[in-house]
Design a protein around this ligand. Structure first.
Ligand SMILES: NC(=O)C1=CN([C@@H]2O[C@H](COP(=O)(O)OP(=O)(O)OC[C@H]3O[C@@H](n4cnc5c(N)ncnc54)[C@H](OP(=O)(O)O)[C@@H]3O)[C@@H](O)[C@H]2O)C=CC1
Ligand SMILES: O=C(O)C1=N[C@H](C(=O)O)C[C@H](O)C1
Length: 278
């Protein structure tokens, strides 16, 4: 039997806009989108005051994409299926408002949100699908699962201390990841982090209060991101450490999250959902 073969069906590529286009994460994301087979850069946003506004989004790579960096949110989002946002809380919320209006989905990696701001994100997730996670790397999310298990198994007899280190440009502390680690541990022990967290110690502190979760922050140089959780008991100490040597894990996780959203219309998701860790 003879016949003509039908042309191979081509799946349309996922149209990705990147906010914070000239930032540390923004540039890496733009590079990762360009390098992928199934995504295409569809928009690039930055703050109006940024010198990058008006330039081509891939100018830093020495090539032209035809996508300009803009501070006009509608112009930057109108051709996108999904926005990947690593900026600042007030920027993310402004971007999300337009995403919800235009039906653009959002991957949010920004950290430093207040409880009220997190509730605003949840409200936007009723209008468009959102992945919101303080750390997109597979390794960190597996570490969170290890912490859940350790917290349950070790229980009250072990004091919990969380130490994190980041580069000197980071503006929020403790890191979003450290806070998430604290939340996961507190919840695994049937409690709330807000009832247990100690963020500062100085001077005449008195003895350590039973059940608290202490945080310590280091900032310097070009440290990408390091987190250690200590469970300190009588006569022994368990330490769980994750170290990022580059930002590539964050960008790869973000693209996985963007692909995950392709089949969702609304709802709030995290990296456990994306990675099937729930
Ligand atoms: N979830 C995760 O896996 C990770 C999360 N992060 C988080 O991502 C965020 C960004 O990190 P990083 O890329 O290192 O930071 P950068 O400062 O390098 O980049 C931030 C970008 O956002 C822009 N920006 C600043 N303020 C606003 C605003 N109000 N509205 C819109 N855009 C704004 C900046 O523009 P300009 O420079 O002109 O001010 C810049 O382009 C941080 O919150 C960080 O903690 C980082 C890595 C991984
Ligand atoms: O600002 C950073 O760089 C990072 N921020 C995130 C956080 O606050 O946890 C994730 C990662 O640690 C890098």
């Amino acid at each position: 039997m003879t016949g003509t073969s039908s042309p191979a069906a081509t799946t349309p590529r996922l149209r990705v806009a990147v906010a914070g286009a000239s930032g540390r994460m923004g540039r890496m994301l733009i590079e990762a989108v360009r390098a992928s087979d199934d995504c295409v850069l569809a928009g690039a946003l930055d703050v109006a005051a940024s010198p990058a506004v008006g330039s081509d989004a891939t100018a830093f790579l020495g090539i032209a994409s035809g996508v300009p960096i803009t501070a006009d949110l509608r112009a930057g989002l109108q051709h996108a299926d999904v926005l990947i946002d690593f900026t600042r809380p007030e920027g993310t919320l402004a971007h999300l408002a337009v995403c919800a209006e235009l039906g653009v989905k959002a991957v949010i990696g920004t950290t430093g949100f207040s409880a009220v701001q997190k509730a605003e994100i949840a409200a936007y997730a009723e209008k468009t699908a959102v992945v919101f996670a303080p750390n997109m790397s597979v390794g960190v999310n597996v570490t969170l699962k290890l912490l859940q298990m350790a917290a349950k198994a070790l229980g009250e007899g072990y004091d919990v201390e969380i130490v994190e280190a980041h580069h000197k440009h980071k503006v929020d502390a403790p890191s979003g990841t450290a806070l998430k680690m604290g939340e996961v541990i507190a919840e695994a022990q049937g409690t709330r982090l807000s009832d247990r967290a100690v963020y500062e110690r100085y001077g005449d502190t008195g003895a350590r209060q039973q059940g608290t979760i202490g945080f310590a922050t280091i900032r310097g140089g070009d440290v990408v991101g390091e987190h250690t959780v200590m469970f300190i008991g009588a006569g022994e100490r368990v330490e769980v450490t994750h170290k990022s040597n580059s930002r590539v894990g964050y960008t790869e996780g973000s693209l996985r999250a963007a692909r995950f959203l392709a089949t969702r219309r609304t709802g709030m998701f995290d990296m456990f959902d994306v990675l099937g860790l729930n």
